[in-house]
Design a protein around this ligand. Structure first.
Ligand code: GTP
Ligand code: MG
Length: 151
């Protein structure tokens, strides 16, 4: 099944939203196969957000993402990358529909609570998983409800 990289950003951690965010993905039927509570250093921030280097908001983005702990996760399931992005909402919380994570918890573009791999960027999920996790930190197992989640 497909895997995607997801991260509760420092604002989401500080606001106590880890549990709710994990619950949403669990309830949907996605399976957590990796999870790590950690602080991102400058180098990892640059690697992760390299595509935005040179943009006017880049420095603020790096400062923010390194400003406190994050909860990095890998979630697995059918069409996982795209489904997670749909559940997250738009990049800007102000444009995100109620019911989405950013639409329920955010107001400001620079404090949008969560990251998920871009499904329109081919291979971004695998690249980001490899950036944050060693192979032996990911766990292969079956969830008891899988026969009820998939035809
Ligand atoms: P991520 O999951 O964090 O990668 O968000 P995204 O994929 O929805 O958006 P994108 O990769 O385009 O931008 C990365 C992050 O940079 C966003 O989550 C925003 O926090 C921030 N960002 C993007 N565009 C702007 C902008 O125009 N202004 C500011 N201040 N921040 C921006
Ligand atoms: Mg992105």
């Amino acid at each position: 099944a497909e895997r995607t990289f997801v991260m509760v950003k420092p604002d989401g951690v500080q606001r106590g939203l880890i549990g709710d965010i994990v619950s949403r993905f669990e309830d949907r039927g996605l399976k957590m196969v990796g999870g790590k509570f950690m602080q991102i250093d400058e180098e990892l921030a640059h690697d992760h957000y390299g595509e935005h280097e040179g943009k006017p908001f880049f420095e603020g983005l790096v400062d923010f993402i390194t400003s406190g702990p994050v909860f990095a996760m890998v979630w697995e399931g059918q069409d996982a990358t795209r489904q997670v992005r749909r559940m997250m909402g738009e990049t800007d919380p102000a444009e995100s529909a109620p019911g989405t994570i950013r639409g329920d918890y955010g107001l400001d573009l620079g404090r949008n609570v969560i990251h998920g791999s871009d499904h329109e960027d081919e291979g971004a999920n695998e690249r980001e998983i490899a950036l944050f996790f060693d192979e032996d930190e990911l766990v292969d197992y079956e969830r008891v409800d899988e026969t009820w989640l998939y035809e």
